[in-house]
Design a protein around this ligand. Structure first.
Ligand code: 5AD
Ligand code: SF4
Length: 475
């Protein structure tokens, strides 16, 4: 590994422009780690654990790509030479899980003093978290944030040459660095970032503080990346952004226009996107979706709450009636579309009457699936200053909501029983070795019998039975 003195020479020779600078560090790291293979008679191993959303999953593919390019072998076991946690802080539960894992990793590191531990992602953008790690988890070797993830190769080399904790957190950035290695989890499908950050400042949400202001990638860069992915075997893409509906609003290319351009890419079969903010979902988008046979029949449309009073306190920018009208408009245009949602229970000040409004919307809309969360107080957000709903009350409401969602989803999903639909086969079923699992255009999972070589292809499956949130079928 580079010595501290050598590192200064390394730095003085490094190009200043990105991504050339990172390619320089990747090249250097390759040489150092090749030597490690000779010394240890094996490749060094790395384990990445990802918490949170699809954005983080995509970031982890980038981190994994850089580690693989450098010469690490990626493994799933935390008894690795290098352990990296890509963290989430959207709810406190995710933070607690990271601290729990760090407690365990401390024991492993005592057995293997060469082991290195790194932390990155949203949680690291919070000052209080950094203070806590500095005070209680001194064994952590590297911490970086969401804005400088592209610097990973450079920071990794710095970490191996340093003898103290390396911390590099940026408050914000307008830089988008492309063209670094990526290691995809699935060969046939991929997430692709179209924008970063969020400007909405929903009062409960920490994302705008840890992911920074909204930045859209140029359409041409997105199209070029997708074409490259398709040439590499990808048939389904998921366009990722905190609020894809406001893509490019400062530019001439808005989200529907971008979709129309992406649709033209030959060889690409399915286009998905998330997340859509109800306040920004345009008629133009509905039209583009309706006219497309590549854009999947699925919208993830976070409701968050059914009460207009609570929606206002949340700063969501729509009323209960607006949301219901929007759903009706979408369903009128595309009767076969699946609509899924996110709902928060126990937002500060939520009364029984407010909660009843949420139940009412769930019953009216009949979501195909809903992710439900108990409100989690995030320090620094406006809602944290409001008086909290007792946890017991929130839990009781949460259980009631879940029960109703299960019922409405079962009813909604049951619609397609008896019909035959295309399914993109994704993987071997985790419970039954003879079964495969895939997804309908509307994102619902289907399990059916089939050979492993079908993975990554689209096959027709007759839907025999609706079970909760998925189908059993036959090919
Ligand atoms: N508490 C509970 N749920 C939250 N979410 C975001 N912030 C919070 C919070 N403080 C939920 C929202 C969002 C999803 C990704 O996480 O429902 O849509
Ligand atoms: Fe958070 Fe609201 Fe932005 Fe979604 S739109 S990331 S909930 S602030």
């Amino acid at each position: 590994m580079p010595k501290k003195e050598d590192y200064l020479n390394i730095l003085s020779d490094a190009p200043l422009n990105e991504p050339e600078r990172q390619h320089y560090f990747i090249g250097l790291a390759q040489k150092y780690f090749e030597r490690q293979v000779i010394i240890n008679n094996r490749k060094l191993t790395a384990c990445i654990t990802t918490f949170g959303c699809q954005m983080n999953a995509r970031d982890s593919e980038k981190l994994s790509g850089i580690l693989t390019a450098i010469g690490f072998k990626i493994i799933e076991d935390e008894a690795a030479d290098f352990v990296l946690y890509n963290t989430c802080t959207v709810r406190d539960h995710a933070n607690q899980r990271v601290y729990g894992r760090l407690g365990k990793i401390n024991h492993l590191k005592k057995k293997n003093p060469h082991m290195k531990v790194a932390l990155c992602g949203c949680m690291m953008q919070e000052d209080a978290v950094i203070d806590k790690i500095k005070a209680n988890y001194r064994f952590v070797d590297l911490i970086f944030g969401t804005h400088n993830i592209f610097k990973f190769a450079e920071l990794l080399l710095l970490m191996y040459s340093a003898d103290e904790m390396v911390i590099d957190i940026w408050q914000d950035t307008n830089q988008i660095v492309e063209d670094l290695p990526v290691e995809r989890k699935y060969p046939f499908k991929s997430g692709i970032n179209i924008m970063f950050g969020c400007n909405n400042f929903c009062t409960y949400c920490i994302v705008p503080y840890v992911r920074g202001r909204e930045r859209s990638r140029p359409a041409l860069d997105i199209i070029t990346e997708i074409k490259r992915l398709v040439a590499d075997g990808v048939i389904e893409i998921m366009l990722l952004g905190q609020n894809v509906n406001s893509y490019g609003l400062t530019d001439s290319v808005n989200f529907p226009v971008l979709l129309r351009e992406i649709e033209k890419i030959k060889g690409l079969k399915r286009i998905r996107f998330m997340t859509s903010h109800p306040k920004d979902l345009s008629d133009e988008l509905i039209k583009v979706m309706k006219e497309s046979d590549k854009i999947c029949r699925h919208l993830h449309l976070p409701l968050q709450a059914g009460s207009t009073r609570i929606l206002k306190l949340m700063n969501r920018g729509y009323t209960k009636e607006d949301y219901l009208k929007l759903v009706a408009k979408i369903r009128a245009a595309m009767p076969d579309i699946a609509i899924t949602t996110d709902i928060i229970v126990g937002f500060p000040g939520e009364t029984k009457a407010d909660f009843a409004e949420t139940i009412d919307v769930v019953k009216q809309v009949k979501f195909d699936n809903a992710f439900t969360f108990i409100y989690s107080k995030r320090t620094g957000t406006p809602a944290a200053a409001l008086s909290q709903v007792p946890l017991e009350e929130a839990k009781a409401n949460f259980d009631q909501l879940l029960k109703i969602i299960k019922e409405t989803a079962q009813h909604q999903i049951g619609h397609l029983v008896g019909e035959t639909h295309p399914v993109l086969v994704e993987e071997k079923n985790s419970h039954d070795q003879e079964m495969l699992s895939g997804r309908l255009s509307n994102n619902t999972m289907v399990h059916f019998k089939g050979e492993l070589d079908l993975i990554g292809t689209i096959v027709k499956v007759k839907l025999i039975e609706a079970k909760g949130f998925y189908y059993l079928g036959v090919m």
